[in-house]
Design a protein around this ligand. Structure first.
Ligand code: GLV
Length: 320
């Protein structure tokens, strides 16, 4: 019997086809609707490999329902949706997709920063809804990006790629990270500072840290209170890193100037979420890595890892 793979979304045929020739591949029927929990639990019962996306919660219940499972390949660089302890206990390998989405996500982060600073979505919406009445001397005025100071919280590969873009905009770049990036400091002039110093000094705070127990609510009321009233917060990492209630209050009270969010505590963000009522919030539907090349690259890494494990080889990009 061929080893079985369960894929929680319809993925690109050119990546899946080679797997179908060698393995018994089963796939959830949708590209954009999450696999129902009961289907996931039923499918993993017979699966040797699980290929999932960031919207799927692969917790201890899933691992307990999957006695044959050898690998979980996550189509994301972040893996907070997977219970790594449960994976380790059961000897299941977990892999992710770093590298191939670095520049793509950096583009989106910088684009969201520009769009938020210059109120682009709000302005576009006025054009489309007939509210563009005339050129107005102070209409749609925002914050300058060129020459401003950027603070990056979480200086990994994506952070460095954003910081390189920022240099092209003549920005000063401060960063905070668990470890210093000496090479990048010397090569590009990025400056390491403590988190509080970063929050106080910069015009743009960009959240790029992984979502871990240590970073849940990392940016809350106290931290937002340290930021300049003219500052902009950009989050392209994970929703729970920023306390959404505190963020709403800070934006509403004018304690910070604006926020650009690609990620939310609950995704899709509920339509009645208070943050969506604020004009100084720019929102996107978790599209950091959404370029054709990056997404196909991510799928290819997942397919290679699954193939390796099912053929008894050590996969690349192993998380545990
Ligand atoms: C997307 O959010 C990722 O972690 O790749």
């Amino acid at each position: 019997m061929k080893p079985r793979i369960f894929i929680t979304r319809i993925l690109d045929e050119q990546v899946v086809k080679p797997l179908q020739e060698r393995f018994d591949v089963r796939m959830w029927e949708s590209t954009d609707v999450k696999v129902p929990r009961e289907v996931l639990l039923e499918e993993v019962a017979e699966a040797d490999a699980l290929w999932c996306v960031t919207a799927d919660s692969i917790d201890s219940e899933v691992f307990a329902a999957a006695p044959k499972l050898k690998i979980v390949a996550n189509m994301a660089v972040g893996y907070n949706n997977i219970d790594l302890e449960a994976a380790k206990e059961r000897g299941v390998i977990v892999t992710n997709t770093p590298g191939v989405l670095t520049e793509t996500t950096a583009d989106l982060a910088f684009g969201l920063l520009l769009a938020t600073a210059r109120r682009m979505m709000e302005a576009e919406n006025d054009v489309r809804t007939g509210n563009w009445t005339s050129w107005a001397p102070m209409g749609y005025t925002g914050m300058d990006v060129g020459g401003a100071t950027l603070g990056i919280v979480g200086m990994g590969r994506i952070g460095e790629a954003v910081a390189r873009r920022a240099k092209g905009f003549n920005m000063r770049v401060l960063y905070h990270n668990r470890s210093r990036k000496m090479d990048a400091e010397v090569e590009h002039g990025f400056e390491y500072v403590e988190l509080d110093t970063l929050l106080k000094e910069v015009d743009f705070v960009l959240i790029l840290t992984p979502y871990t127990p240590e970073t849940v609510g990392l940016i809350g009321e106290r931290e937002l209170g340290l930021m300049k009233k003219t500052a902009v917060l950009i989050n392209v990492a994970r929703g729970g890193i920023v306390d959404e209630v505190a963020l709403y209050n800070a934006l509403q009270a004018g304690d910070i100037w604006a926020a650009g969010l690609d990620v939310f505590e609950t995704e899709p963000v509920p339509l009645d979420h208070p943050l969506l009522t604020l004009p100084n919030v720019t929102v996107l539907p978790h599209i950091g890595s959404a370029s054709v090349k990056a997404r196909l690259g991510m799928m290819t890494l997942n397919a290679q890892a699954i193939t390796a494990v099912l053929e008894g080889r050590e996969p690349e990009n192993r998380v545990v």
